[in-house]
Design a protein around this ligand. Structure first.
Ligand code: NAP
Length: 259
């Protein structure tokens, strides 16, 4: 399917690895020029070079912490005039409800709620002026069903979800859609680190931890970054203009819900 977005320009935050890279690659495959970001310049530069050579698109890189005010300013400057925004950042650490104090919540809110809001605030006006735009926020299945060990993520991402629900309906009249993609478990470094925690806690191997988790998913496997990226590119396509303010689970059926 031709996604109809060749020649458009996208900012994909936190995109040197994992789900962000999956989104960047699927957009590059659709002919979209990219601004890519991550903290580590080496992996970012290597992936940007690969996407340029495989898909013939322009790729600018901005190596910085996207959750810092300074980092956001650098990325926003490089991304002026983008048609597509994909927000993403690392997820908060796991723990127990009784572990976290105010500073932990402020960090999580900054990274997973206020950072995507800052990018939307900065880049939505340009999209609205052009009468066309797409925003996809990478959140988590935890906004539909809380994950007990990820209380910081549950809290911050649900706040973002509320903001998007209201804002998406205010910008839709100007041709701009905002939607959230909710990953369940995907085979990325983040999943490795979560599985590492389970393996250490239970005294089992990584393979056993992965197999245990896969057994809880109806699809009986982890998702891939390519599958995730394809869904993101579709939401950014010409075909998705009537999808507004939605929260789309990509979880192999792992969240046990009727709707
Ligand atoms: P990942 O494989 O660890 O990749 C994270 C990417 O983001 C890397 O490119 C990393 O590069 C970059 N990054 C992290 N923190 C950043 C920051 N502060 N500023 C700029 N770039 C940053 O993670 P993932 O699995 O793709 O997860 C992406 C998001 O989805 C996370 O918020 C995660 O919690 C959420 N999620 C993931 C899963 C899953 O199963 N994978 C499930 C639910 C939710 P640098 O380290 O070089 O900055």
């Amino acid at each position: 399917m031709d996604l109809g977005i060749r020649g458009k320009r996208a900012l994909v935050c936190a995109s040197s690895k994992g789900l962000g890279l999956g989104c960047a690659e699927a957009l590059a495959e659709a002919g979209v020029d990219l601004v890519m970001n991550a903290r580590g310049a080496e992996a970012l530069g290597a992936e940007a070079a690969r996407l340029r050579s495989e898909y013939g698109v322009d790729v600018i890189t901005v190596a910085c912490d996207v959750t810092s005010v300074d980092g956001q300013a650098q990325v926003i400057e490089a991304a002026q005039g983008v048609d597509i925004l994909v927000t993403n950042a690392g997820g908060p650490p796991p723990g127990l409800w009784s572990d976290w104090d105010r500073d932990d919540f402020i960090k999580a809110l900054d990274a997973n709620m206020l950072t995507p809001i800052a990018f939307m605030k900065a880049l939505l006006p340009g999209m609205m002026d052009k009468g066309w735009g797409r925003v996809v926020n990478i959140t988590s299945q935890s906004v539909r069903a809380p994950i007990p060990a990820l209380g910081l993520s549950n809290a911050a991402r649900t706040g973002l979800t509320g903001y998007v629900a209201g804002t998406a309906r205010q910008v839709a009249p100007r041709g701009v859609t905002i939607n959230n993609l909710l990953p369940g478990i995907h085979a990325t470094d983040r999943a490795e680190s979560l599985d590492g925690g389970v393996a250490a806690q239970k005294g089992i191997s990584m393979d056993e931890a992965r197999a245990e988790r896969a057994e809880t998913i109806p699809a009986r496997r982890y998702g891939t970054r390519q599958e995730f990226g394809a869904a993101c590119a579709f939401l950014c396509s010409q075909h998705a203009g009537f999808i507004v303010g939605q929260n789309i689970l990509l979880d192999g059926g792992g969240t046990n819900l009727t709707m």
